[in-house]
Design a protein around this ligand. Sequence first.
Ligand code: ATP
Ligand code: MG
Length: 356
Amino acid sequence: MSATMAGTGNLPRPLMRVRNLMKHFPLRRRAIGLGRSSVRAVDGISFDVMKGETLGVVGESGCGKSTMARVLMQLIRQDSGEVVFDGRTVGDRTLPLQAFRRQAQMVFQDSYASLNPRMTIEDSIAFGPIVHGTTPAKALDRSHALLARVGLAPARFAGRYPHELSGGQRQRVNIARALAVEPQLVILDEAVSALDKSVEAQVLNLLEDLKRELALTYLFISHDLNVVRYLCDRVIVMYLGQVVEIGPAAEVFDSPRHPYTKALLRSVPSGDPLRRLDAPPLSGDPPNPIEPPSGCRFHPRCVVAQPVCSRAVPSLTDCGDRHAVACLRWQSGSGYSPASDIGGLPPIRTVEVSHA
Ligand SMILES: Nc1ncnc2c1ncn2[C@@H]1O[C@H](COP(=O)(O)OP(=O)(O)OP(=O)(O)O)[C@@H](O)[C@H]1O
Ligand SMILES: [Mg+2]
């Protein structure tokens, strides 16, 4: 497999386009008096994944990261919206699911989840290529080459079963299994989160090497902002099923625009005492995704919210340098008054908590 991206030039192009993606989970009727309510897990998400990049996805637990990943992989079907891969709509006649799944693979947090406990790891890795038409002999060759590539000597590991491996080794197998069908895109959903720090660092290095060698594109979902900062070219910040900020990782981490992103970054533990407590960290639980707050969904927790924020819905607004934010404060003509927000200091809180 080629070690270069020769021919792609310097112009990034979208490998995957996600448009107005929506996935609600209906609730059972006993939800008192609310009629047919649902969990708005993914609630109108649009973004591009550029070829060759590592795009991070961050946000508190329950904000819809995994649901979005599962919809992108078409493990669950969206209610509406579309996913376009390399110019073709996923699930269409031009890109049926089986063909798409050769192009996009996923690695989950639970290293047991994608491995059949009754299959040797060489067979688990060979399984995908065989399903996609490779001969068993060739698939086994590829399986062994990949095992060696992810640092598991085939002579020692090929015949083992998943329970005979450590978590880190199993995750290497899962990475090999994902790569066995030669995908372009790999979605990593908390793929290293369950590992010890030292093992995590090794697996991250492996992922970086593989990405370079195989010209892969990663969608990297993680709650660990330090890892995202280290690994990702761009970052998406999600809040209650929506994108609130997207941009180059350096921009988002060093000059965050959305008050939620700022709060999220402040909540990262810092060893530096000077970096602590300059402003209040993110407080309170995320509101209910069944009945998200009106207007800007973050307004009940936002330190710079104004009354307009409970009424008007912000749209993702470009603020230059491929950086976009969904906050009325950054949206001209939104009715947000910058006068009371001089120097970025939190104004007196004037928040109406109301629900749609
Ligand atoms: N199958 C389901 N049925 C009903 N609700 C669901 C289902 N799957 C997810 N949800 C809900 O959708 C919302 C988003 O969940 P999701 O797992 O996508 O969040 P997440 O950002 O991945 O969280 P975490 O960081 O904890 O992994 C949550 O409120 C969750 O309870
Ligand atoms: Mg998740």
